[in-house]
Design a protein around this ligand. Sequence first.
Ligand code: AMP
Ligand code: TRP
Length: 343
Amino acid sequence: MTNKTRVFSGVQPTGNLHLGNYLGAITKFVAMQREHDCLYCVVDLHAITVWQEPAELARNTREVTAAFIASGLDPKLSILFNQSQVAEHAELAWIFNCVARLGWLNRMTQFKEKAGKDKEAASVGLYAYPTLMAADILVYRATHVPVGEDQKQHLELARDIAQKFNNDFARQIEAAGHADGFFPLPEPLIQGPATRVMSLRDGSKKMSKSDPSDLSRINLADDADTIAKKIQKAKTDPEPLPSEEAGLEGRPELENLIGIFAALTNKSRADVLRDYGGKQFSDFKRALVDASVAKIGPIGDGIRRLMSDTAEIDRILKDGSDRARAIAVPIMRQVKEIAGFIR
Ligand code: AMP
Ligand code: TRP
């Protein structure tokens, strides 16, 4: 990446942040903050696409912010803020609603999963969710987006929207002096051994905030004993560990635990299997407990400490929002000019 890059990503304040969020997204955020210009957003406008109790929403927004900081994000290096404090996100999303086509949104698998059988009862916002996500990224003309695997399709849609906007308004964009289109086509960064962390109870389901079983996930706020208990109870199979990746075939629960361990210890899956091949699950699980407690334990402590001073969290979000707005406002002004709005 060159120094013309800008990084953006978002996390929804909809409940317990878990190991999937941490390994799939937040560790990547932290790794990028020194080299790049980064914005990390608590996407409260996305959260309300399904009902959120207002007091819970406020609490969860602060808790995600606390988790960001406890995981190593520095609010001075990165811009940390909540989406609803920068109105330009919603403003650009409306324009994108008029750029994106119904046919594009109809293909989104996350909508189908979240709306379930009763589509008629889903909110309009849940359907339009990906156009707001495209606006989140493009209102900063961000170029790189670290996310977990599940967001790949939404990123492709954001690229399609950027491309169509550039085409639809090509004449105006060129007249305004932009030789290569107005919006960059944002690139997803989906890398490493844990881009899709699965449930500890069922290797075919994604680890998720909304799984009714708390045993299915390790929450960033869990204490050491809880983490140990959940890993000890994690589903496995009776065979010993294989020495090579081919031996993970058809063993999704094991594959998941190997991926988690690799990500936590900065190793490849192949390295982990070389070390643990032929060993019993009990040995491997003990090492996994140690690695998880070493990484996640201090984050839980940090979250609890930060949450005891909500005024400080609110101050960080306000400061981040002011800095985000300073980038978004001039970009939005140009978008309006390009689209023919009188200002
Ligand atoms: P969300 O909690 O849905 O807002 O997701 C925030 C970030 O965490 C996104 O980049 C997701 O792709 C990522 N993420 C969520 N669940 C998982 C998972 N089970 N494995 C890996 N990444 C995940
Ligand atoms: N849709 C993302 C998720 O649920 C969250 C999100 C909203 C996001 N806006 C974004 C992620 C912009 C990356 C960039 O995980």
